[in-house]
Design a protein around this ligand. Structure first.
Ligand code: SF4
Length: 68
């Protein structure tokens, strides 16, 4: 799901410690560094999300499930 990024999103992501990336997902295989469901991960990795700036966009994975 594509979501456009603005200054408010970036502020709230930091303030509320939003978890939405593969590394936060229960389907993430940290040993093999891949999705255990076989989905492509590049758009959902934390590094990709953190480099986005206001007026850009990020992609949320519809199969994300918070780990723990
Ligand atoms: S289900 Fe989606 S968010 Fe979770 S590890 Fe796989 S690709 Fe990443």
């Amino acid at each position: 799901m594509r979501t456009y990024v603005d200054r408010r999103y970036l502020d709230e992501r930091a303030r509320f410690a939003l978890r939405c990336c593969c590394e936060d997902c229960q389907h993430w295989d940290g040993v093999r560094q891949l999705c255990s469901l076989g989905f492509p991960t590049a758009p959902h990795r934390r590094e990709r999300h953190e480099q986005e700036v206001a007026e850009g966009y990020i992609l949320f994975c519809k199969h994300f499930e918070l780990d723990g």
